[in-house]
Write a new protein. Sequence first.
Length: 360
Amino acid sequence: MKNIILTGDRPTGKLHIGHYVGSLRQRVLLQNSGAYDETYIMLADAQALTDNADNPHKVRDNILEVALDYLACGIDPQKSIIFIQSQLPQLYELSFHYMNLVTVARVQRNPTVKAEIAQKNFEQSVPVGFFTYPISQAADITAFDATTVPVGEDQKPMLEQTVEIVRKFNSVYGPTLVEPQILLASNAACLRLPGTDGKAKMSKSIGNCIYLCDSEKVVRNKVFNMYTDPGHLRASDPGKVEGNAVFTYLDAFATTEDFATFHSPYANLDEMKAHYRKGGLGDVPVKEFLNSVMQQLLAPIRERRQEYAKDLPYVIDVLKKGTEQARDKAAATLHRVRKAMCLDHFSENGLNSAAARIGG
Ligand code: TRP
């Protein structure tokens, strides 16, 4: 069996550093590892419309923004197929068939969907399409025979739902679909990077994100305005590292080499944390160090992004070619699915063989 990666993002805004440590960084490593036969990265515009139906221009513009973020981070179109979800009608059809294999109660239990409904104040106004997006996500994943799905932790319920659909499908219609596995970031800080305000998650509407394309000055300002330990008033006070967003970011981004590179008085993060806990280390030098680490990471991404942004026709061409390749793959899977479901009516073993039986 081939090793195949499928993953993607909703194009509803530019990508931020939470996306980067949560999944994007790992996707680039996997792409370059040589361990995968095929890699597909999807711009989930149809899924974005499930809760942005009245804002199609926003979704379209963000297809280009997210594609630029991908290329800037090192997703290489020679190695990974980047494509646009809505341009593959096969995905809509697979979703429709899978809907018969999932109960309404099961979709209602999905914790990510539940949280999103609460967060968007949908209450009684949840669009049916939004409610069922975990099923369409199963279509996205299975259409590519994906074995590995590198995503953020919030996508775990979608993968569980997909595995259930695969098992149900294969037990009813015979072995047809491939069961995927989720691949999460290995470090807790990367899994759940908080916003710069220390709140649970980075979110555009709260305004607590650092974007991959933010300028040097904006990054610096955001780092220096970050939430730390509210009880750490003077440098001499003992400080808390847990729940202190600056240290969570250092857990996610800083390497031991960074301490040497930036001439830190500490050999590693543990030493820095120990000093902060004991008292005598102010927030400013810690933020200064985090800023150096962030700038070192973001500068080359920002520069590459600016270069690609000068040649958007190239980016559009990458998406067009990728979408064509992806469509071929999804069409082959749909062919198998239709056959398994006795929907290949005009093929040799379709209605003709039924006619022979009935007419018999
Ligand atoms: N739900 C994902 C997000 O919000 C996007 C997505 C759609 C996806 N289909 C997928 C991710 C399939 C992985 C696999 O970012």
